[in-house]
Ligand binder design. Structure first.
Ligand code: PAF
Length: 283
């Protein structure tokens, strides 16, 4: 596996693979890779002949009071994991390489509606930052397919809408969330948790799952389910950012008539913000 840092080297390596008739797969990441990321790369390896992973902690998607400076950077360990997963090329650009003209005047890609609310409400500009960097990476690599985690459900919806609306000829694949044995979704931010917070953290998915079980069982009073869920999260030590039952396609608040539902939650343990979701597929 080669590691390259410039767009020029990236394009040259991808062009070589494409000239050999290879199908190109892309897995964009911010590094500090765990088994969830490895699953994304493995999916790309299954579906493509030449897999590019990217590691770039994108400043454009971080708010001013967020963890850009402290976001974990673990390149050597990441390279080893990517190699084991069968990745062919790693792109690790600098901020200057990605934004050579600075970020203030950067052209932005903005996906309306889907980017608003949920994480978009508590992280203003976040999804513009994501859509912009992902479209830049798509233009640099021009992959046939790209794999993203379903843990970031809203992000995946935003990227799918962007690809559809801008006619990008790229197949977007969503990969199921990888969880620890106790149910906690793997996330680089889990590393910020103290021992006590780590012990409390699985409550987020447990409570989301309980809501899912109630809906599957025919419960139609979503407001009551959400109020109970928020109370339980607070008792488990969380400060709730949001807990919502939404239509999985539009991300608008779901009604009991909706068949394709997603339950989404974001909550803080101390200063660490965890997110998770459960997609109840159409019954
Ligand atoms: O999900 C992430 O790690 C990031 O948001 C992504 C898609 C790599 C864009 O920076």
């Amino acid at each position: 596996m080669n590691t390259v840092k410039t767009v020029l080297e990236l394009r040259a390596a991808v062009a070589r693979a494409r000239s050999e008739g290879k199908r190109i797969g892309l897995t964009p990441t911010m590094g500090n890779l765990h088994s969830g990321h490895v699953a994304l790369v493995s999916k790309a390896v299954q579906r493509a002949d030449f897999v590019v992973a990217t590691i770039f902690v994108n400043p454009l998607q971080f708010g001013p009071s967020e963890d850009l400076a402290t976001y974990p950077r673990t390149l050597a360990a990441d390279q080893e994991k990517l190699l084991q997963a069968g990745c062919h090329l790693l792109f690790t650009p600098t901020v200057e390489e990605m934004y050579p003209h600075g970020m203030a005047d950067q052209t932005l890609v903005s996906v309306p509606h889907l980017s608003e609310g949920l994480c978009g409400a508590s992280r203003p500009g976040h999804f513009d930052g994501v859509a912009t960097v992902v479209s830049k990476l798509f233009n640099m690599v021009q992959p046939d397919l790209a794999v993203f985690g379903e843990k970031d459900f809203q992000q995946l919806a935003v990227i799918r809408a962007m690809v559809r609306d801008l006619n990008m000829p790229i197949k977007i694949i969503g990969e199921p969330t990888v969880r620890a044995a106790d149910g906690l979704a793997l996330s680089s931010r889990n590393g910020y948790l103290s021992e006590e917070q780590r012990a409390a953290a699985p409550a987020l998915y447990r409570i989301i799952s309980q809501i899912g079980t109630s809906i599957r069982g025919g419960e139609q009073d979503f407001e009551r389910l959400l109020d109970d869920g928020k109370r339980q999260l607070e008792s488990a030590g969380f400060r709730v950012d949001y807990l919502e039952i939404r239509n999985a396609g539009s991300l608008r608040p779901a009604t009991a008539q909706d068949r394709d539902i997603v339950i989404l939650g974001a909550a803080f343990l101390g200063t660490t913000r965890l997110i998770d979701n459960l997609h109840l597929h159409e019954q």
